[in-house]
Design a protein around this ligand. Structure first.
Ligand code: XMP
Length: 435
């Protein structure tokens, strides 16, 4: 294995993610594991040079103070205890500095002098290590991947292609709620450029038929999620000899799902929750990466920037941007107006600057004029927001000139639309999406 590692154990600390990121910025790879890591897991982790115990306010669980396991205290590795003086010998217990510069200095001293770690964390080394680890795990087995075309599943596909080539089968399900050009790009990049085994399933009609007349947002999400699993499962059952399932789990997914010493931040609501009775073993090569690192990994693997730097896109896709019961004509208006917005944002250099931007076509019409006659049409609502964690968001101040250009194109090019509006409401009180 190519890179050194500092292991961070979660003893109820609030700073473990920050410590992990700071050490990675020093060029040394880190992983965060639960406080009760077993001797076997510890022994199986490659190149561990030292351990940081991250304690804090959540250290008491059910009246019991969380302690690191004997395996950790007896490992013989240098240990730094943050906010948690443990019992045991040879543990460095510093006063944990509040200010950034002194904290960084302390970590630097521990990592390079205490642990004698080498700053050899790089994307190329990470990729080389993951390829080797996946080859060891998979042996001569076969792997299945639900490839949505999002950043995470795309990077997993590229990594697995490098590791096992044609023993990977990707399934891309088009649920009819993807953005304009998306399924075509997935086929183009993975099947044509990278030579992947890709099964493309156009299930648009199935999804749209099931969604017909359904206006409740949660019901819509449920139908999309359940149908997705059904389609994927049908494809999986046609294939033979597959025992592994790859998933694009990334580190924030694990944090948000909660551990014993950490409360769950939010339940996961992504489409792509997968069939449980297929008995696959999971392959999750990105589960220790933060989002920016996943993107860097994608770039290093040669994926196109438009795939790697794409904005977040909800699992239920354009379905939540067509509020109320989805109809094909209104969905087409969402898709076409979204494509125009994306083109104009890219031309204005805003595509990498604004966090999320899209259009919504609500389920009502107003009167307008076309060819000298009064006729009814939909409004298109533009949304462009910036956020760090999607819990709160502010709107991008768009120039009048740009708004005008986008608006004129939508009115000229999208059938059935007679008004364009810019929604400048922050979150809260609004949410980013409309349902
Ligand atoms: P809201 O609308 O709650 O959205 O402010 C916050 C972020 O979450 C995305 N979002 C979803 N993502 N499945 C997803 O995978 C969903 O059902 C879903 N609903 C909202 C939304 O696009 C925004 O980035």
């Amino acid at each position: 294995m190519k890179q050194d590692m500092i292991l961070i154990l979660d003893l109820g600390g609030l700073q473990d993610v920050q410590i992990a990121r700071e050490i990675r910025q020093l060029g040394v790879y880190t992983e965060i594991h639960p406080h009760d890591i077993t001797a076997e897991t510890l022994a199986a982790l490659p190149n561990v040079r030292g351990i940081i115990l991250s304690g804090g306010p959540n250290r008491v669980v059910d009246g019991e103070v969380i302690q690191p396991s004997e395996a950790v205290l007896n490992s013989g590795l240098p240990i730094l205890a943050v906010d948690c003086p443990p019992r045991g010998q040879g543990v460095t217990i510093p006063a944990w500095p509040e200010d950034d510069a002194r904290r960084r200095e302390l970590l630097e001293t521990f990592v390079f002098q205490g642990c004698r770690a080498t700053a050899n964390w790089s994307m190329d080394n990470f990729i080389a290590d993951q390829v080797e680890l996946m080859r060891r795990q998979i042996g001569d087995g076969k792997v299945l991947l639900a490839l949505s075309g999002g950043v995470d599943s795309s990077v997993v596909a590229a990594l697995l292609l490098k590791a096992i080539g044609d023993r990977l089968t990707c399934v891309h399900v088009n649920h009819g709620l993807l953005r304009k050009g998306e399924p075509e790009q997935v086929v183009q990049v993975f099947r044509e450029q990278m030579g992947a085994n890709l099964i493309y399933v156009d299930a648009s009609d199935r999804f749209l038929d099931k969604l017909g007349g359904v206006s409740d947002p949660e019901q819509k999400r449920k139908i999309i999620g359940a149908e997705f699993i059904r389609v994927f499962e049908e494809e999986a059952r046609k294939l033979e000899g597959i025992t592994f399932l790859a998933q694009g789990t990334i580190y924030p997914d694990i944090i948000e799902s909660g551990t014993k010493t950490r409360k769950a931040i939010k339940a996961h609501h992504n489409v792509g929750g997968l069939p449980e009775d297929l008995n696959f073993e999971l392959v999750e090569p990105l589960k220790m990466l933060f989002k920016d690192e996943v993107r860097a990994c994608g770039v290093a693997l040669g994926l196109p920037e438009s795939m790697v730097y794409r904005q977040p896109f909800p699992g239920p896709g354009l379905g939540v941007r067509c509020p109320g019961a989805i109809t094909r004509d209104r969905l087409a208006a969402v898709r076409e107006s979204d494509a125009i917005l994306r083109e104009e944002f890219a031309a204005a250099g805003l595509d990498r600057k604004v966090w999320q931007y899209f259009t919504v076509v609500p389920d009502f019409q107003s009167v307008g004029m076309r060819d000298g006659k009064r006729c009814m049409g939909w409004p298109v609502i533009l949304r462009a927001v910036n956020t760090v964690d999607a819990m709160t968001a502010t709107c991008e101040p768009l120039t009048w000139d740009l708004l005008n250009r986008i608006g004129s194109r939508i009115l000229a090019e999208v059938p059935g639309v007679n008004r364009v509006m810019y929604d400048f409401t922050p979150k809260p009180p609004a949410t980013i999406e409309y349902e």
